[in-house]
Ligand binder design. Sequence first.
Ligand SMILES: [Ca+2]
Ligand SMILES: [Ca+2]
Length: 209
Amino acid sequence: MKIRRIAAGATLAISSLIAASPASAAVIFADTVIDFFNSGANPSFPTGSYGGTFPGSFPVAVPLSNATDGNAATFVSLPTGSYITLGFSGGFVFDGAGLDIFVSEVGGADETANVYVSSDFGASFTFLGVATTSTVSGFDLASIGYTGNVNAVKIVGLDNFGGSPGFDLAFVQGLEGSVVVNPVPEPTSLALVALGLLGAATAARGSRG
Ligand SMILES: [Ca+2]
Ligand SMILES: [Ca+2]
């Protein structure tokens, strides 16, 4: 009887771990830069990318990774007509219950940006909505009847407002319930893939004689 109780407790603990793991993993940031365009609408930074840290120093020249680092304090500014296209390398976003895609703007000087979604890594886009200032704007893919899997998002600045002129993009995110996270290949499956490739190469050589 004693052994049975211990076994039942162990089973419960394992199943809680299994139930808990997807929730912590199912948050993905747009973590790759696919495209960037500086319109030159801010004459102080006609080329390259600028933005800063909020609170902190701005506008200063910054890397585009300020928009992909998942950090709400670091940003890239998008003055009128400038855009950045970001991809999700860790999975994709789909129309789950409620809001699906989140776009963060820091500071707050009435800046806005158009948000577009793509299912072909930025080859084509569909307009989703307008992100607003000093908040994390949430979007529901159902609001535009979008049924595709989103793997890229494009943000287009609409103004030159603020201390760092334009929409100050901090991050783009998909949340639990609306994302599918790519499985991480285990070393054993990677080894099998390598073996398979080796086998295919050997077979190809053999068939060429
Ligand atoms: Ca939704
Ligand atoms: Ca950031």
